[in-house]
Design a protein around this ligand. Structure first.
Ligand code: UD1
Ligand code: CA
Length: 467
């Protein structure tokens, strides 16, 4: 690929997305677990530095800016959305210093950087004023159509929007993707000639093709190999279709890397998920956000894992919910376990049935197998937490910490009223309410003593018969 030093990108993302019937700006709707615009920025960022990507924002500008500001892109404001041509008019100053610009649409999210690079290199080889990326989808309805100078010519006479199609042009199958390369000088020279005097009643960038062609400039089109890459998301149904396509591609990518996914069509795997080879994912699993899963794991059905990191050989049994947590090699989770944010489950540790953890570190080989809540807690290596143990971490105002050493044993149904510490190797008798620190190696029993009344039951029955 040629030198990029004089290349900028413009991503048009100011539109309202009326056809989505949504309060949320269109480009913040998500596929594969991330906003449409974030996908386009990611593709663009593989070609130029983020500062040279100019995102045109307008409708809910501040929301859109906040959602993608961390990528380092630049922004241009289009306060009134008068059309795609007007969006570029608003970017005039931003692009003036560059020899060429690539224009992308914020609502065409599956575009690959390889395809943008192809457009860019053909644009340079053709020395065209404007190079249009096109496609031939099964159904071209709604898209702008490409009118070539003659059927086999690479040169384009005009782009005609759906509303302006003549009867003869209705039959054209080649569509405009909304992705273009421009030489900046001819673009700027003709930019003010774009007006709303057309069938769309908007200042549309697509009119630039006809303007440049009429001025004797070279306008060419190249067709993308895969139409799906350039399809837009203008309705919820289109959005969901693109989401399905992207998720199928993500599952295929993981399977190609050695991951087994049974019934992948039932799984919801976000675009940024990573899974290492020899891991098995059962039907109806969700892997969301930036989840990382090591090799040789098994994720059983109905588990939902969001922004978590799992080591090697981890078993997540059925119906677990894991969020913002880490699980080390060989640990076993579930079934029906809930790891809330900040849980750190150590190597070979067990978190069993109906156990909830939050901001809790479970040491290597520690076990909490049944019906337990561990919040703001630290549990040492090999410590056993009995069934039904609860850390009382909240006094109604503040959260407090429970610290349990290694090789300790907390008997079933005990409550640990934080802040409290249990030392290494200590025992807590079942059913205890622990309100004071337990020294290392000690036994603590904090429960009412049992008493026995011999023969009490017979006396009671006799009394009831008399009544
Ligand atoms: C556009 C093209 C059409 C093409 C299709 C491909 C025009 C007039 N038509 O139609 O030929 O086939 O894309 O998907 O360009 N935007 C702004 N400011 C505005 C208006 C729009 O930034 O004032 C942004 C939108 O947020 C969107 C993009 O530009 O990301 C395209 O606008 P949209 O209204 O979706 O155009 P289409 O009707 O899809
Ligand atoms: Ca669109």
């Amino acid at each position: 690929m040629g030198s990029n030093s004089k290349l900028a990108m413009v991503i048009m993302a100011a539109g309202k997305g009326t056809r989505l019937k949504s309060q949320r700006p269109k480009v913040l709707h998500e596929i594969g677990g991330k906003p449409l615009l974030a996908h386009v920025i990611a593709a663009a960022s593989r070609i130029v530095a983020p500062a040279e990507i100019f995102v045109v924002i307008g409708h809910h500008a501040e929301k859109v800016r906040a959602a993608v500001a961390s990528t380092g892109v630049s922004f241009v404001e289009q306060t009134e959305q008068l059309g795609t041509g007007h969006a570029i008019q608003c970017a005039r100053e931003a692009i003036a210093g560059y020899e060429n610009i690539l224009v992308l649409s914020g609502d065409v999210p599956l575009i690959r950087s390889e395809t943008i690079e192809q457009l860019w290199s053909i644009h340079q080889a053709e020395q065209a004023a404007m190079t249009i990326l096109t496609a031939a989808p099964d159904d071209p309805t709604g898209y702008g159509r490409i009118v070539r100078q003659s059927p086999n010519s690479s040169e384009v006479e005009a782009i005609v929007e759906q509303k302006a199609l003549s009867a003869a042009q209705q039959g054209i199958g080649e569509i405009n993707s909304g992705i273009y390369a421009f030489q900046t000088a001819p673009l700027l020279a003709h930019l003010d000639k774009l007006t709303a005097d057309n069938a769309n009643k908007e200042v549309i960038l697509t009119d630039m093709a006809g303007l440049l062609c009429a001025a004797g400039q070279r306008v060419v089109a190249i067709q993308a190999a895969e139409a799906i890459e350039v399809l837009g998301a203008n309705t919820i149904a289109e959005l969901v279709a693109l989401d399905a396509t992207l998720r199928a591609a993500t599952a295929n990518r993981l399977m190609a890397q050695g991951v087994t996914i049974f019934r992948p069509e039932t799984c919801v795997i976000d675009a940024d998920a990573e899974v290492a080879a020899d891991t098995v994912i059962e039907p109806f699993v969700q892997l969301l956000g930036r989840t990382r899963i090591g090799g040789d794991c098994r994720i059983r059905s109905y588990s939902v894992i969001e922004n978590c990191t799992l080591g090697r050989g981890v078993l997540v049994r059925q119906s677990c919910v894991l969020a913002e947590s880490t699980v080390a090699d060989g640990a076993k989770i579930g079934p029906f376990a809930h790891l809330r944010p900040g849980s750190e489950i150590g190597e070979d540790a067990h978190v069993g049935n109906f156990v909830e953890t939050k901001k809790t570190r479970l040491g290597k080989g520690a076990k909490a197998n049944h019906l337990t809540y561990l919040g703001d807690a630290e549990v040492g290596e090999r410590t056993n937490i009995g069934a039904g143990v609860i850390t009382c971490n909240y006094d109604g105002v503040h959260k407090h910490k429970t610290s349990i050493g290694k090789d300790a044993f907390i008997g079933s149904d005990s409550t640990l009223v934080a802040p409290v510490e249990v030392g290494d190797g200590a025992y807590v008798g079942a059913g205890s309410c622990i309100t004071h620190n337990v020294p290392a190696g000690a036994l603590a029993v904090g429960r009412a003593r049992q008493f026995i009344k011999e023969g009490w039951a017979a006396a009671r029955r006799a009394l009831r018969q008399k009544e």
